[in-house]
Ligand binder design. Structure first.
Ligand code: AP5
Length: 258
């Protein structure tokens, strides 16, 4: 599978990784970050669900595993992800939702960049939410099977997607027993991933038990703060020229504390 688009990228590939348990708001936040930053949102869960709904070979293989709340093999997910990040819109970077799920996946992703000879800037955010809130959120979630838009408990009276009018659905893996399995899988797998990234980046913990907009704003503020720090370091090394920003500027809305 080719990653030519990464190899051809002249500027560093900006990779934003959002970690968090089921229901912590990864999909919600990644959609908002994608709009704010102009980077594609790549959800491995959405890509897999698309395969299931199209009845592809991969979809037939993974359907039952997903319905049980277990993880798909690292190789199958990486193969699918490589196909997605090879597309033209990923040349400047992308926002990863639901990947990596294992330390091995994190290592395999980094190896993709090495193989492509691409330089990368990575930011890793971990959404922190109480378990009680996770169950409440997942019990109230509805999604649009066509565009993937996510609707929360407060909009449950809506039965159709406000973007394309499609009937909203309850995800098959949002049954309470499956949610228990998904939470247990997350608890078992998250520490090795955090340890892996802690070697090269700091993993920023975000209190995601706050209103959606506050969470987005605190992530955006942190991104721009770190980007400025990076620029100051690079500018002092590369003086007199200073590198240009490759992340689109976004003014956080509201005055929420981050
Ligand atoms: P995936 O689709 O990634 O599911 P998940 O990680 O379990 O996460 P969710 O999508 O359930 O939750 P979320 O954190 O995105 O929360 P959301 O924004 O929707 O994976 C599904 C399956 O695919 C896995 O179990 C596995 O089988 C397979 N898979 C995927 N990736 C894989 C990989 N890399 N390797 C192996 N297998 C893989 O929000 C939830 C609800 O809360 C919504 O209703 C939302 O409106 C609401 N909400 C969000 N934020 C807030 C807030 N701040 N306040 C109040 N409500 C909020």
């Amino acid at each position: 599978m080719s990653t030519t688009v990464l190899r051809n990228s002249v500027s560093p590939v900006n990779t934003i990784i959002v970690l968090g348990p089921p229901g912590s708001g990864k999909g919600t936040q990644c959609q908002r970050l994608a709009e704010a930053l102009g980077l594609p949102h790549i959800s491995t869960g959405d890509l897999l669900r698309d395969h299931v709904s199209r009845g592809t070979m991969l979809g037939l293989q993974v359907r039952e595993v997903m319905n049980r709340g277990e993880l798909i093999s690292d190789e199958a997910v990486l193969e699918m992800l490589r196909g997605r990040i090879s597309q033209a819109d990923c040349g400047h970077g992308f926002i990863l939702d639901g990947f990596p799920r294992t330390r091995n996946q994190a290592e395999m992703l980094d190896q993709c960049f090495v193989d492509a000879g691409a330089s990368v800037r990575q930011w890793v955010f971990r959404l922190m939410v109480s378990e009680e809130a996770l169950f409440r959120r997942l019990a109230g979630r509805r999604t649009c099977p066509r565009c993937g838009r996510i609707f929360g408990p407060l909009s449950v009276s809506t039965s159709k997607c406000d973007v394309d009018g499609t009937d909203l659905i309850i995800r098959p893996d949002d049954r309470e027993d499956t949610v228990q399995t998904r939470l247990a899988v997350f608890a078992q797998t998250v520490s090795p991933i955090v340890d892996y990234y802690a070697n090269s980046n700091s993993v920023v913990e975000v209190n995601a038990d706050r209103p959606i907009e506050e969470v987005t704003n605190s992530i955006l503020r942190e991104l721009h703060r770190r980007e400025n720090v990076n620029h100051e370091v690079q500018s002092s090394v590369n003086a007199p020229g200073s590198p240009r920003s490759t992340l689109r500027r976004h003014k956080p809305r509201g005055q929420a504390n981050g």
